[in-house]
Ligand binder design. Structure first.
Ligand code: NDP
Length: 387
């Protein structure tokens, strides 16, 4: 692709089509300088079982590029997206592989890629999800992953006779998943007090101001340090001041934690601190944010721990609802899609917890989600002739 100075730039792109036993390959595209084959493979592998858990007809895949959208002009983003789609278009289609967004890929990028796909193929079809509502998108898709992670936490807590009402919660990240986790937490009467980005974290003991957060991240697309200009009572800690390099979000005492930034952002030390401070619920909006050691600590403490493949499946589930609306040339209202999302999250919880019981470890939703997700895919592969 050509940058604004007329220079040729080269980035590497990936699409891993992992399993299509249950439906077309489905999973997001990530644009971040850290992207490599290993990251896309782990995300694609998780995606197979996550998509199976939703109960919908979707296989698993993932893709992206080491392109860094930060600091690029709109025109550069557009030219990169067009070049990326020029390579990708021959591998995807509404019945073969339907990519969506992920880190660094939101509505703007989906728009540029959709336009280029249409230009190359001459077809107007549901080849991507996360599209703008004006041209084939679904209501609630933007909110779905964050809302879903909160619905999943509510299901886990309800089974323990608890609720999120009046509870202090911590959230990491400040992108698509984090913003709508914060929004839904307010709607259910909880108080989210933290958010973070790659440069630092905000702790606002009065509760994160949602309007300011959206203005900084969705409109200005800048760093969280600007939050304290509007809310001088809040605390901003830059990454350079994180103690022992650990994300400060996890040292804030909370009832429930919602890791919503990226993989491996919550270590064993962080898990110990959360547990020591009385945290009894962790619902993962991000993919594999807790390290394996942190997961073991949550499981040993028998807290309500929802692994990403179950807790953040609301995003892909709503993407499938977008595909259904596209295929049927239909358009459902907000309450209809939100109602379906809520129902899907409840079903994922029930399926995971019943499978955990069946295998003798009732509070272990990692075991339950892994086995429930795997069984359906494995059965389908065998029934289709072991292909
Ligand atoms: P966004 O790009 O919208 O936001 C990502 C957020 O995390 C930003 O605040 C970003 O900070 C921060 N972040 C990203 N990488 C790092 C890093 N290495 N260190 C510190 N902070 C980091 O992405 P999403 O909100 O869409 O995705 C967040 C997570 O949720 C990912 O794990 C993704 O795979 C997962 N997910 C997303 C779904 C979706 O529907 N979008 C569905 C299911 C899972 P900064 O702005 O400074 O870069």
């Amino acid at each position: 692709w050509i940058d604004d100075h007329g220079n040729i730039q080269v980035n590497k792109g990936y699409r891993i089509e992992f399993n299509s036993a249950l439906g077309p390959y489905k999973g997001g595209l990530r644009f971040h300088p850290s992207v490599n084959a290993g990251i896309i493979k782990f995300l694609g592998f998780e995606q197979i079982f996550k998509n199976s858990l939703t109960g919908l007809s979707i296989g698993g895949g993932k893709g992206g590029s080491d392109f860094d959208p930060k600091g690029k002009s709109d025109a550069e983003i557009m030219r990169f997206c067009q070049s990326f789609m020029t390579e990708l278009y021959r591998h995807i289609g509404p019945n073969t592989d339907v990519p969506a967004g992920d880190i660094g890929v939101g509505g703007r990028e989906i728009g540029y890629m959709f336009g280029q796909y249409k230009r190359l193929t001459g077809r107007y079809e549901g080849v991507l999800t996360g599209k703008n509502i004006k041209w084939g998108g679904s209501l609630v898709r933007t909110e779905a992953t964050g809302y879903g992670a909160v619905y999943f936490a509510q299901n886990m807590l309800e089974a323990r006779g608890e609720t999120l009402e009046d509870k202090v919660c911590t959230v990491s990240g400040s992108g698509n998943v984090a913003i709508y986790t914060v929004e839904k937490l307010y709607q259910v009467g909880a108080k989210p007090v933290t958010v973070s980005d790659s440069k630092g974290m905000i702790y606002d003991k009065h509760g994160i101001n949602l309007a300011t957060l959206k203005e900084i991240k969705e409109v200005q697309k800048t760093s969280l340090e600007h939050y304290i200009k509007e809310h001088p009572g809040a605390q901003y800690t830059p990454v350079s001041e994180y103690k022992e390099g650990r994300n400060e979000v996890w040292s804030v005492p909370c009832f429930a934690a919602f890791p919503s930034a990226t993989q491996n952002e919550l270590s064993a030390e962080d898990a110990r601190e959360l547990l020591k401070n009385g945290c009894i619920c962790v619902s993962e909006g991000a993919n594999m944010p807790s390290t394996p050691e942190a997961v073991d600590l949550f499981l040993a403490a028998k807290i309500a721990y929802g692994p990403g493949k179950a807790a953040n499946a609301g995003g892909v589930a709503t993407s499938q609802l977008e595909m259904s609306q596209n295929a049927g040339m239909e358009y459902w209202d907000f309450a209809t899609v939100d109602g379906k999302l809520k129902n899907i999250m409840k079903n994922i919880y029930t399926n995971s917890s019943e499978t955990a019981k069946e295998f003798g470890d009732p509070t272990n939703l990692v075991l339950g989600a892994n086995i429930a997700g795997f069984r359906k895919v494995a059965d389908a592969m065998i029934e289709q002739g072991a292909v």
